[in-house]
Design a protein around this ligand. Structure first.
Ligand code: PRP
Ligand code: ADE
Length: 177
């Protein structure tokens, strides 16, 4: 950890062994919400990164909604939900992607993404990058331009950034593991 802000965030993220599967160390970011002052600093840091650079914040279900909506409020831009299949009312546009085992589909309501809109894709954790990559492809299908990604934590040993560099080099991760 290379700075005290990252260290403070790290100290407020719980580790859960063998969840949701044996061998996975789950980073539970919901513990951050027990520290409202730190949540304020995190929101400000995210907002500073994106100020003047995005026209919409797109949050990935479900934990990407938490800071995503706060970032959008700070920037005074709209917030759009990227959800798992079957949760949003029509019309929707879908994108399927491969998981470690099997596949998944995410959806967005395209009426909220106007042609040429600059989008921030926000989520809590960047792991393999599959979810963020599919989210960016989904936003581009709707005519948006993905100009930024932001995450609280990045599992850098999984090389998720490699999947995102083709969209933009503006990728913010507050803590790296
Ligand atoms: O980079 P990837 O390998 O695609 O993994 C990252 C995704 O995994 C987690 O979501 P999860 O599926 O646990 O859903 P949740 O946020 O609804 O709990 C996390 O919130 C990201 O969305
Ligand atoms: N280890 C992990 N902790 C929290 N969220 C994740 N999403 C994918 N891997 C994760």
């Amino acid at each position: 950890m290379n700075n005290s802000f990252a260290q403070k965030i790290d100290e407020n993220i719980a580790r859960v062994a063998d969840f949701p599967q044996q061998g996975i160390q789950y980073k539970d970011i919901t513990t951050l919400f027990q520290n409202p002052e730190l949540c304020g600093e995190i929101t400000d840091t995210f907002a500073e990164f994106s100020r003047g650079k995005v026209d919409v914040v797109c949050g990935i279900e479900s934990r990407g909604f938490l800071f995503g909506i706060m970032i959008a409020q700070k920037l005074n831009v709209p917030f759009v939900l990227i959800r798992k299949q079957g949760k949003l009312p029509p019309p929707t546009i879908s994108q399927s992607y491969d998981l470690e085992y099997g596949s998944a589909t995410i959806e967005v309501q395209p009426q909220y993404i106007h042609k040429g809109m600059r989008a921030l894709i926000h989520d809590d954790v960047l792991a393999t990058g599959g979810t963020a990559e599919a989210s960016a492809a989904l936003i581009e299908k709707c005519g948006g331009i993905v100009t930024q990604f932001s995450f609280i934590a990045e599992l850098s040993f999984l090389n998720g950034r490699e999947k995102l560099n083709k969209f933009t080099s503006e990728i913010q991760g507050l803590v790296s593991y």
